[in-house]
Design a binder for this molecule. Structure first.
Ligand SMILES: C[S@@+](CC[C@H](N)C(=O)[O-])C[C@H]1O[C@@H](n2cnc3c(N)ncnc32)[C@H](O)[C@@H]1O
Length: 220
């Protein structure tokens, strides 16, 4: 089956969804910002103490963030929740159509929309962005599957098969380090080797690690 035949976009109850016909038992993928909000509403600790907030250097004041690899925008939504102004780029047309649909549907929920109206999305490769002046640039590429990593969740398995995985993210990191005002943050599997450049700090959790790097024009 070709990729076009295998991955099908369809609408169900007004929601655009993506189905992998080779995995008929898996639930279709869709984006619902209302669900993302309930997830965070149920967290016991404050948003400010979340590992990702620490990794981007959030201290209570809103930052301008470029999420260069939007995907399903879970992380971008979190940045919006912190009150940050977020620009996002996603190169896959299929994923971008899910994002656009979710943003459109969010307009019917005042509370949710008041959060995601701070998210501006572009369907392009990150290296093609022509905007500047970001405090923080965030990179969460699709890494090739490694046999040693734990089984990814169903939606991630589908995304891995649909999307091009990244063997070399160095171009994007270089580009981001030139553009960022404060830091570049890269999401990595916990045991992955850091990329070869000076770190500000590594923020490690059980299932994820965020490595923060300096912009290339900073020596501090
Ligand atoms: C692992 S997912 C990101 C998940 C995301 N952080 C979230 O919270 O849902 C990686 C996404 O980045 C996109 N991507 C990878 N490299 C990219 C690039 N150079 N420019 C734009 N998008 C890219 C992929 O198409 C994929 O949708």
């Amino acid at each position: 089956m070709s990729i076009q035949e295998r991955f099908v976009l369809f609408r169900e109850d007004g929601v655009l969804k993506l189905k992998d016909l080779e995995r008929p038992k898996y639930k279709p993928i869709y984006i619902d910002f209302g669900e993302y909000l309930s997830h965070w509403d149920h967290q016991k600790s404050s948003l400010k103490n979340a590992l990702l907030a620490k990794a981007i250097g959030f201290k209570g004041e809103p930052l301008t963030v470029w999420d260069s690899t939007l995907g399903l925008a879970k992380d971008a939504f979190f940045f919006c929740l912190l009150g940050c102004k977020v620009t996002g780029t996603e190169r896959s047309e299929t994923i971008f159509s899910l994002l656009k649909d979710a943003l459109e549907r969010a307009k019917s929920d005042k509370k949710v929309y008041s959060i995601v109206e701070n998210l501006e999305i572009y369907n392009c490769d990150a290296l093609e962005i022509d905007k500047d002046n970001f405090d923080v640039i965030y990179i969460d590429p699709m890494y090739p599957d490694t046999k040693s990593s734990a089984a990814p969740q169903a939606s991630m398995q589908i995304l891995r098969d649909l999307l091009v995985t990244e063997n070399n993210i160095h171009n994007l990191i270089d580009f981001a380090q030139k553009k960022a005002n404060l830091r570049v943050v890269i999401k990595r599997p916990p045991k992955a080797r850091p990329v070869d450049r000076p770190l500000i700090h590594s923020y490690s959790g059980k299932s994820v690690r965020y490595d923060a790097y300096r912009p290339s024009n900073r020596t501090w």
